[in-house]
Design a protein around this ligand. Structure first.
Ligand SMILES: [Zn+2]
Length: 336
């Protein structure tokens, strides 16, 4: 079967007409397959949602019980049939519950990787390479200049800053799903055993991670009303970067704004956000990981979704692999 007849971009998202489903649709649809819980991929209002149990749980936490009409959980590696099309979910290593989705019909297999990364991350199942005819990849950091450093070295910078400025409250901006828990886990792995204070927006998801067996150590609410301001001296407070831009942040003792994101490689972005301590910690592949993944899978074709598509398409073509950009809209790269 021709791959572009099995799956193609529609205004709602990637569409499989044989199976009557969309992958990560950006508008409400009858049947949605969802790769992971980030809000640009997992939206409320679909009728049927097929996703991993953890992604379904995360959608429920974020959108409430009525996030869809009916749901079905897919186990990793389990073969399912959707209107005669074989689909299976495989770990993507991006955030808890994140999956790549393999779609197969008449001997043609397409893998939609969603967002993925190859670096070790104890807060989610590790990426598994899935052989395919067509590999659909993101290209958030799809330029040769993007090389992410070792996240442990970045955490080392945070610990060094805490030693250097023992009076200052270190406010670490991090995306609520995935990044916040990863930063906490990295701190623990680096031997940091003090309580870590979390903004209210992080609580439900941190609790959920802990419930799923991810040890995050002692977490306390970063509510200043109930505490003496001095309690936060030299402490680590984790919250959404948006919260650190408003009055909430100014109540802390000499706050030192940090931000954990792959985008912190770009000095201008750090400056724009008023970040004093940029931490380059990404939940996406950098350029070497993207290209190594494609080399390893060696699919007949690569389709590139959101991000910097052109450079990766060109790289594939130079390797003799057919490639094209899909120009999907509605997926942000800011969240990394
Ligand atoms: Zn994501």
């Amino acid at each position: 079967m021709r791959p572009d007849a099995l799956l193609y971009p529609a205004p709602e998202g990637l569409y499989c007409p044989e199976g009557g489903f969309y992958v990560d649709p950006v508008r409400p649809v009858e049947r949605a397959l969802v790769t992971h819980g980030h809000s640009d991929h997992a939206r409320p209002g679909h009728v049927n949602v097929l996703a991993t149990r953890q992604t379904l749980d995360i959608m429920r936490l974020r959108y409430g019980e009525g996030f869809c009409v009916s749901e079905q959980a897919a186990g990793f590696g389990e073969d399912l049939l959707v209107n005669g099309v074989k689909v299976s979910f495989h770990p993507a290593g991006h955030v808890l519950g994140s999956a790549q989705i393999a779609i197969e019909k008449n001997g043609t297999r397409i893998v939609v990787s969603g967002d993925y990364k190859r670096r070790p991350d104890p807060t989610c199942a590790a990426y598994v390479p899935v052989a395919c005819d067509v590999f659909i990849t993101e290209a958030t950091f799809g330029l040769p200049v993007f090389h992410h450093p070792d996240p442990m070295d970045e955490i080392g910078k945070l610990l060094a800053s805490l030693r250097q400025f023992p009076e200052r409250t270190h406010l670490v901006g991090a995306y609520a799903l995935g990044k916040a828990q990863r930063v906490i886990r990295l701190l623990r792995d680096a031997g940091y055993s003090e309580p870590i204070y979390i903004h209210g927006a992080m609580e439900k998801l941190c609790d959920y991670y802990v419930g799923e067996g991810i040890d995050l150590g002692e977490l306390l609410p970063a509510t200043i009303e109930s505490r003496d301001k001095s309690a936060f001296k030299g402490a680590v407070v984790i919250g959404p970067s948006s919260a650190f831009a408003d009055r909430w942040a100014r109540r802390f003792n000499e706050p030192l704004p940090a931000f954990a994101s792959g985008w912190m490689m770009v000095r201008q972005r750090a400056k724009q956000h008023g970040v004093e301590l940029p931490l380059v910690i990404s939940d996406h592949c950098d350029w070497p990981e993207l290209t190594e993944t494609i080399r390893e899978l060696h699919p007949a074709e690569v389709w590139v979704t959101h991000g910097r598509e052109e450079a990766l398409v060109r790289w594939c073509q130079l390797q003799g692999i057919k490639a094209k950009p899909l120009h999907l809209v509605g997926y942000e790269d800011e969240a990394d």
